[in-house]
Design a protein around this ligand. Sequence first.
Ligand code: 6PG
Length: 249
Amino acid sequence: MIKKGVKIFQTPFETAEALAMELLRRVEESNKKGRHLTIALSGGKTPTLLFTVLADHFAGEVKWNNTHFFWADERMVDPDHPESNFGMAFRTFLIKVVIPAENIHRIMGENDVDYEVARYSAEVGRYTEKQNGLPVFDIILLGLGNDGHTASIFPGNEQLFKTGKICARVVHPVSGQKRITLTGSILNNASEVFFLISGKDKAHVVKAILEENSRREFFPASLVNPASGKLFWFLDMEAASECSFKNAL
Ligand code: 6PG
């Protein structure tokens, strides 16, 4: 019996393409209603394929003028640094589509981290509706680290799911790299949350989260549980390979 909200695809491309279609459906709905759509993007390598599909397969068909892009987290580096999450999205997607510059709300990795926490929090607050006193993103896209982190909420930072803050400064537990992340409270306040996960190296964590309900403090991603109930896991076969429900394709 496949778990609610889990969709499994044969390849990383098919997984990314299916998620791209879901996103585009929502972009078009917001265009029809003439209301803006707020999407918070994650970084890392996995979304590269999604951004490429969005840019290369649908570039001319989509009107992005009502869509506002934010980031779920960012490394505190310059935007043109190879590790910048914004930089990756810009190179693979944003530079290839027609979207107003004011619709791009990057976390400014070049700034002082405490200043940027305040600045980005204020910007998020300006462009989002509120629910439970917190900003509501229409969509948040998340990845999964093989230590169970998501956005830049690493193991041991579970308190970020109980805070009233919009974003927080954190440090990568291995590299010591400074980062800013949306808090777990914001992730769980979103209208819809989509995980995009590919690769065998994630299979053990996917199983632990989706099948074994592993001890929550080990895997921050297991604490993502939006009040809206709209939580979706887009997995390729490799990422789902240790799950018993993988054959319920
Ligand atoms: C980041 C991401 C992070 C990422 C996971 C998976 O800034 O690194 O936001 O949460 O989604 O680490 O990364 P990969 O897609 O590279 O495996």
